[in-house]
Design a protein around this ligand. Structure first.
Ligand code: GLN
Length: 192
């Protein structure tokens, strides 16, 4: 299994480290040709405006859209989730539009810009998942094809799946808990 991690900006090294811990081949992706032969792709957290601009200038945007529309499993965390959306609150971002979700950037006020909370996520089992939120976005709207996987106590949606596409507003790669990545790898295995 070969998983690419978009390595233009942000927390790509952390995802690669988690994938290595899960004994999976993980490769940084900066050029369109590095998308060839991948079984899955991770879009990390970072600064969504920068990643969006770099995706355009490195000619990665349309390639990734094509691959995702053809079923390539893609997992976006935080800024990565913003980039997977159909609509975002920020006109500087050209999202990939591969998930039928509307996302709001930096959705938590100053006081809660960064926080950690235990999230019940049924698909990961009974034990709550440590949700690390860093200037995180939220899912404001999701169409009926989208399965919401995690909500905060106030019912704000913070993780979702649509077919082979997975998104979290928080950072599973910064926890020692490998279950979210394992869940993504199960999607990849199911698609192969
Ligand atoms: N605030 C960042 C953005 O809007 C996302 C933060 C993150 O990825 N940790 O792009």
């Amino acid at each position: 299994m070969r998983i690419g991690v978009l390595a233009l900006q942000g927390a790509f090294a952390e995802h690669i480290a988690v994938l290595h811990r899960l004994k999976v081949e993980a490769l940084p992706v900066r050029l369109p040709k590095e998308l060839n032969g991948l079984d899955g792709l991770v879009i990390p957290g970072g600064e969504s405006t920068s990643i969006s601009k770099l995706m355009l200038s490195y000619n990665l945007l349309s390639e990734i859209v094509n691959l995702a529309k053809n079923g390539l499993p893609v997992f976006g965390t935080c800024a990565g989730m913003i980039l997977l959306a159909s609509k975002t609150s920020d006109s500087d971002i050209k999202p990939l539009g591969v998930m039928a979700i509307t996302v709001r950037r930096n959705a938590f006020g100053r006081q809660k810009e960064s926080f950690e909370t235990e999230l019940p996520i049924v698909v990961l089992g009974e034990k709550p998942f440590p949700g690390i939120f860093i200037r995180a976005p939220i899912i404001e709207q999701a169409s009926s094809e989208v399965e919401i996987l995690a909500r905060l106590d106030d019912s704000t949606s913070v993780a979702a799946r649509q077919g082979n596409t997975l998104a979290s507003a928080f950072h599973p790669e910064l926890t020692g808990d490998l279950r979210f990545h394992r869940y993504f790898l199960d999607i990849v295995a199911g698609h192969q």
